[in-house]
Design a protein around this ligand. Structure first.
Ligand code: G6Q
Length: 542
C-alpha cells in the first residue's frame, strides 16, 4: 500500500493547507502551557517538541497515520524475529543484541539470546586481557594500539562510539580506525605505531568487502615486515569480526580469534554486536554492558509506550510531517557536546541507507518523499558557519538539538555558556525577530529587511542528564527506532541496501581495466572510457 492512500494522509494534506501559515509565536501565545505540555520525559531522555509547527490536531492525525500504517503490528513483527527485511529474507533483530540474558528471542525456532551473551563474554575476555596488558604481541610486548579496519556499518559506529565515550576510555591504549581504500588512510593511521604493540581488528560482516580486504592485506604486510616476517605473528596481532568463518580462515586468522555476529544484524545496526569490539576494548566490558542496557531501555520504551508519548514515534512522525507535507529536504543534527562530533556522520548512514528507498514493499514507486538528508555538526561551531541559512535562508531545515545537563569536564563557566547557546538558538529559530522589533533597535529602514528573522523554524530539543555509555545507547536506539517508524509508515524495506551492493560490484570490473598491462578493450560509455584511459596515461607518467 502506498502511504498516500491512508485516509489520515489525505486528512493531513488538507490539514497542512489549513495550518501551514500558523506561526509558532501565535501557538505559544494561545497556550501558555505549550512549552511544558508538548514534551515527553521517558527512559531518561527528555524531548521538547513544542517548537514544532504542529497543533493538537496535527499530532492526532499523525498518530492516526501510524495506526493506519499498522505500526504497532510492525513493531511486534520486528521484536518477534519475523523476516521483515523481505528483499533479503532476513529477520531484523538488533534488539536481540542488547536483550538481557534471561530474554528469549526466536529466529527459525532457535533462541538467539544465549549466543549473543556467549559472544559478549568472549569479547569481554579479550578486552580484559588487552586492557590489563595480558594479551601480548609476538615479541612479548603488551598491546598499546588497536586498529579497527572496516567500512560503512563496520566502521562508522565504532568510530562514533570511540569518540563519544572517550572520556570513559583507558588512556594508555590508542584506538585508530582505517576505512578508506585510499592508501593515505592506512599510512597515516599507522605512521607512529610500533607493529610489536599493535593489534588489528578486521571487521567485516561478509569478509569480502574490497576496501576492507585491501586494507587488511596491507596491514598484514606492514605487521609482518615489522615483526621479522614470521607468519606465526598473525595470531597475536590480528583478530576478526565477521559472519564468514571460511573467509576469515582463508585470510589466515585462526577462527578461535574470530568474533561472530549473525545475518539478522544489519551492518548499520551492528555497533552493539562484536563489531563494537574496539569500543569494548577502549571503555571496558562493564561500560559496554551499560551502553547495551541503555539501548535496551529505549527498546522497551519503544515497544510498549503509547504513541502519544513514545519518543521514537513522535520524532518519526514529525520527520514525516516536514518531509512529506512541508517539502523539507533535510534534517540538521546539532549536538551541543563535543564528544558527539561523529554522531551526525553516524546517523547519516543509519537514516539514509535505511530509508533512502524509492519503492514500497510491494515493489511499486512510493508516491511521496522518503528519507530526508541528515547532516550536522556540533554546536556551537555550526553557529559560526551554516546556521545563517537555517535562520534566514529560504529553506526549511528542521533541527534536532541535543544537550546534556551535566558536563563531563566542569570547566569554569563553559557549560552554562554552551547550554545558553542551545536554548538561544531554538528560541531565535522559533520566534525570530520581526521588522517592528528590528526597527525598535534603531535600525534604518533600508537595513531592516536584512536583519529580520522570520522565525517559525522548527526544532526538537533532546536532553539527558549526562553523556554516559548508557545515555549513548539510549540516543542511538532512539534514532534507530525513529528510522524504523518512518520506514514502517512509508511502507519501504528499511533494512536492505541494494544501492551499496551495486557499488561493491561495479568497481571490481574497472579495477581490472586499470591494472592490466595491455590497454584493455573498453565497453563503457564514452566518458568512463575516457577517464579510464586518462588515468592509465597519468600512471605511466609517474
Ligand atoms: C550497512 C551496509 C554497509 C556495510 C559495509 C561493510 O548496513 O551494509 O555499510 O556495513 O559495506 O560491509 P562488511 O561489513 O560486509 O565489510
Amino acid at each position: 500500500m502506498n502511504p498516500t492512500q491512508y485516509p489520515a494522509w489525505k486528512a493531513l494534506t488538507a490539514h497542512y493547507k489549513k495550518t501551514r501559515r500558523v506561526q509558532l509565536r501565535k501557538l505559544f501565545a494561545q497556550d501558555p502551557q505549550r512549552g511544558e505540555r508538548l514534551t515527553a520525559d521517558e527512559a531518561g531522555i527528555f524531548l521538547d517538541y513544542s517548537k514544532n509547527r504542529i497543533t493538537d490536531e496535527t499530532l492526532h492525525l499523525l498518530q492516526q497515520l501510524a495506526n493506519e500504517a499498522g505500526l504497532r503490528a510492525k513493531i511486534d513483527a520486528m521484536f518477534n524475529g519475523e523476516k521483515i527485511n523481505i528483499t533479503e529474507n532476513r529477520s531484523v533483530l538488533h534488539v536481540a543484541l542488547r536483550a538481557p540474558r534471561s530474554a528469549s528471542i526466536m529466529v527459525d525456532g532457535q533462541n538467539v539470546v544465549p549466543q549473543v551473551h556467549t559472544m559478549l563474554d568472549k569479547m569481554a575476555q579479550l578486552s580484559e586481557r588487552v586492557r590489563r596488558g595480558a594479551w601480548t604481541g609476538h615479541t612479548g610486548r603488551r598491546i598499546r594500539n588497536v586498529v579497527n579496519i572496516g567500512i560503512g556499518g563496520s566502521d562508522l559506529g565504532p568510530v562514533m562510539a570511540y569518540e563519544a565515550l572517550r572520556y570513559y576510555s583507558q588512556r594508555d591504549l590508542t584506538c585508530r580506525f582505517v576505512s578508506n581504500v585510499d592508501g593515505s588512510d592506512f599510512a597515516e593511521a599507522v605512521l607512529d605505531l610500533d607493529p610489536a604493540e599493535t593489534l588489528f581488528i578486521i571487521s567485516s560482516k561478509t569478509f569480502t568487502t574490497l576496501e576492507t580486504m585491501t586494507n587488511a592485506h596491507t596491514a598484514r604486510e606492514w605487521s609482518l615486515a615489522g615483526l621479522g616476517g614470521d607468519p606465526a605473528s598473525v595470531a597475536k596481532h590480528f583478530v576478526a569480526v565477521s559472519t564468514n568463518a571460511r573467509e576469515v580462515a582463508k585470510f589466515g586468522i585462526d577462527t578461535a580469534n574470530m568474533f561472530e555476529f549473525w545475518d539478522w544484524v544489519g551492518g548499520r545496526y551492528s555497533m552493539d554486536s562484536a563489531i563494537g569490539l574496539s569500543t569494548m576494548i577502549a571503555i571496558g566490558p562493564e561500560n559496554f554492558r551499560s551502553m547495551l542496557d541503555g539501548f535496551h531501555q529505549m527498546d522497551e520504551h519503544f515497544r510498549s509506550a503509547p504513541f502519544e508519548r513514545n519518543l521514537p514515534v513522535l520524532m518519526a512522525l514529525l520527520t514525516i510531517w516536514y518531509t512529506d507535507f512541508f517539502d523539507a529536504h533535510t534534517v540538521a543534527i546539532l549536538p551541543y557536546e563535543q564528544y558527539l562530533k561523529r554522531f551526525p556522520a553516524y546517523l547519516q548512514q543509519l537514516t539514509m541507507e535505511s530509508n533512502g528507498k524509492h519503492v514500497t514493499l510491494d515493489g511499486v514507486r512510493v508516491q511521496c518523499d522518503t528519507s530526508p538528508i541528515y547532516w550536522g555538526e556540533p554546536g556551537t561551531n555550526g553557529q559560526h558557519s551554516f546556521y545563517q541559512l537555517i535562520h534566514q535562508g529560504t529553506r526549511l531545515v528542521p533541527c534536532d538539538f541535543i544537550a546534556f545537563g551535566k558536563p563531563l569536564h566542569p570547566v569554569g563557566r563553559h557549560h552554562d555558556i554552551l547550554l545558553a547557546n542551545v536554548f538561544a538558538q531554538s528560541e531565535a529559530l522559533a520566534f525570530g525577530k520581526t521588522s517592528r522589533q528590528v526597527k525598535a533597535d534603531g535600525t534604518s529602514d533600508w537595513l531592516t529587511p536584512h536583519r529580520v528573522f522570520e522565525g517559525n523554524r522548527p526544532s526538537n530539543t533532546i536532553m539527558a542528564e549526562r553523556l554516559t555509555p548508557e545515555t549513548l545507547g539510549k540516543l542511538i536506539a532512539l534514532y534507530e527506532h525513529s528510522v524504523f517508524t518512518q520506514g514502517a509508515i512509508w511502507n519501504i524495506d528499511s533494512f536492505d541496501q541494494w544501492g551499496v551492493e551495486l557499488g561493491k560490484v561495479l568497481a571490481q570490473r574497472i579495477v581490472a581495466e586499470l591494472e592490466s598491462e595491455e590497454a584493455p578493450k573498453l565497453a563503457h560509455d564514452s566518458s568512463t572510457n575516457h577517464l579510464i584511459r586518462r588515468h592509465r596515461m597519468l600512471k605511466e607518467k609517474r
